[in-house]
Each structure stands twice: as C-alpha cells, then as structure tokens.
Design a protein around this ligand. Sequence first.
Ligand code: PMP
Length: 432
Amino acid sequence: MSVQGSRLDPWRESYAERTAGMTASEIRALFAVASRPEVVSLAGGMPYLPALPMDAVAETVQHLIATQGMTALQYGSGQGHPDLREHILEVMALEGIEAHADDVVVTTGSQQALDLVTRVFIDPGDVILAEAPSYVGALGVFSSYQAEVVHVASDDEGLVPAALEERITALEAAGKRIKLLYSVPNFHNPAGTTLALERRPQILEICQRHHILVLEDNPYGLLGFDRDPWPAMRSLSEEGVVYLGSFSKTFAPGLRVGWAVAPHAVREKLVLASESAILCPSNLAQMSISTYLSNNDWRGQIKVYRELYRERRDAMLGALESLLPEATWTHPDGGFYVWLTLPEGLDAKAMLPRAVTERVAFVPGTAFFADGSGAQHMRLSYCYPESDRIREGVRRLAGVIRAELEVRETFEPGTSARPSDRGVQFPGPEQP
Ligand code: PMP
C-alpha cells in the first residue's frame, strides 16, 4: 500500500511547530451532523438569513456590477474601501464610538481581524487573557500563534474585574508577558452574558495600568432585544482598545466583511499584515454592503433580526423553564446563545452521541476553554431554528439529560454515559 493509501501523512515531520495548536474545532465536526434535516441543531451560530430581503440584496449586487463592475471586480485598497469605512463609522456611532475612517481596517470577516491582531502582537508563550468561557474561533487563532490563553472568571455580568487584577498580578509575579485581554462584552458567545456598564471602565483602567491591550470583539452589540446598544469599551478609550466589528450577524456572513478599529500605529501594522495575507478585502463584497446601506433601511433590518431573535430566545427560555428544572442557564438579552450548566457530574461531551441519536445537537462546553475545562456546560443557540423546533429540540435534550440522570442513579457514581453509548463515535467530517 502506498504511503498515501495508508493515510499516513508523509509531511507530518515537516509541519511548523505552530500547527500543533491547529485542531478541528468541536463545532466544525458538528456541522456535518447538525445540518441533517431530522436533527434540531441548537449548535451552530448561523444568522437567520430568510429574514433578509433577498430581492433587495440581489438588485443591489446586480446594479453594482452593471454600473461599477470595473471597480467592484478589481483589486482594491488593503485598508478597505473608503465608502464602506465611512458607513462603518455610522454603524459604530450607535455604540458611542467616535473614530475617523482612517482608523478603520476592513477585514475578511472579524475572524481575519482576530488573526491579524494576534499575528501582530503574539510571540510564542505570550499570554492572552480571555473570559471563561471564550469564543471557540478566537481560541483557535490564539493557539495557532502559540499564545498561552489564561481564562479569567466571568459571571452573569461578564468578566470580573477583581479576578482580572488577581490573575494579572499572579502572572506578572511568574514572569509572564501578558499582551492582550480578549473580551466579547455584548451578548457573549457562548455565555450569552453582557459586561456590566460599570465594569467597563474598571477593566480598561486595570489593563491600562498593566499595559495590556484590550481586544474588544463585538459582532452582536446591535442585537440587543430590549434596549439601545451600550457604549463600547472603545468609546471610553481610543489608545487602549482594538475594536472588532462585523456585518455577519447584522447583515450576512457570506459576504465575509468585518473590521478593526485600532490606535494609529497599530492600524498601520494591521494593514501591512492584512496586505501580506490577502492583498485586499473583496471590493465586490464591500461595495455590495456600502451600496445596500446607502439605499436600504438597514436600521430597520437590524430591528427585524432583533425581534426575530427575541421571539426565539423566549421560546428557548420558556422551554428550558418548563422542561429542564434540573439545569441552570444564562438569560441573554441579545445575541444568539444560552449557556447551560448541567446537574453536577454530568458531562456534555459524553452526552453528545446520545443527543445526536435523539436528533438534537449542541456544542459541548469544553470547546470554549483552552484548558479543557467546561465539561458540565453546553452552548445552545436559538438563532436559526424556528420557535417550534427550538421547543422540540429542548424537549429532546431534556429527555437525554433525564436519561443520563437515571443512569447515574442506577449505575455506579461517576458514569455519565449510558453503557450502550460507550464507544459510540461522534461522526465528524471524516465520518459523515
Ligand atoms: N467573534 C465572535 C464572538 C463570533 O461569534 C464570531 C462568529 N461566530 C466571529 C468573531 C467571527 O465572525 P465573522 O468572521 O463572520 O465576522
């Protein structure tokens, strides 16, 4: 059999050390299964695109190519299209951010901005502080640059300032170099929580004192259900924050347009790093968004999304309330996610094969910690399934959890999987 035929990778000795930190996320493996029609997926974070006026989007793109095709299909500026950067200022003004178009770097989704900031700041072994739990996609970037991620305690009001100070003091005493604090302040992925207003200046003050740059990742900030957006941390500090925004959740993720706003010198580095990675973000995607924003009621569209997600949040919380008294969960007032804590001793990852058999999917909490903790938690998203499906998904999930609890009572303590589940492989992309 050839080396290829044996599926041994002939290049495995050649890979750079940093690839050791590049592993498929648990969410990626889930997509293959969760997209089957019979499964209620409470796993993915996909915006509900049927709520977008597709005719208007189609007209925008068609007209754009017909009238400005030479520019839209050409290479563009490494920093991003000037018209879009102006529009981004309007969007950020809703969160109290005053910036100049020159401070904005357009990226291929905010995911690329996460990559650029990490590339510009992190040497192997540098510390990035992050909420516990943290967005899985950011953890993937951080580990691919060999950062040491240290989680900081977070509660229902977000990151705890006293815990942050304590962590920094201990790390500094141990001689560690702390470069960044990564935070998702609004409608957190995966926790569903929002950083309390009074904590924001406290956190900035602590970071400023210790010369730690705050990486404020805010794709959900405009998706609050019951109130106007809160002031971003960037609105309180121009020099101490790199702010990331995105059109993925408020418009459409397929266009892959996000942005970073950074202090002047940092912005220069981000543009150079982006040019070396992608030359320039897509002109077509950027111009589609700026034309759409000019000609359509985008604030109204965000309102449509907010109302839709609020209804689904209510469906999920209502179903959890009536069907899962054994568990506890967060109460998001915006965004896509609920963070559920299982009864003591249950392990969400071990439970996943049974849940998939019962046609419901979630993301196990361990995906959101760099240190392998989080087994007692899971992330449930309510953004994509309709309310009836959400209730059905929670009903199935409650059945799985109840069965696990019964098994624990019947079998020896410490066994969270049914005997019949042991050895069941969770089908990832390689095992569809
Ligand atoms: N940050 C957070 C917290 C996210 O939830 C996501 C998407 N799930 C991203 C960044 C990346 O979004 P995008 O690249 O689509 O802008």
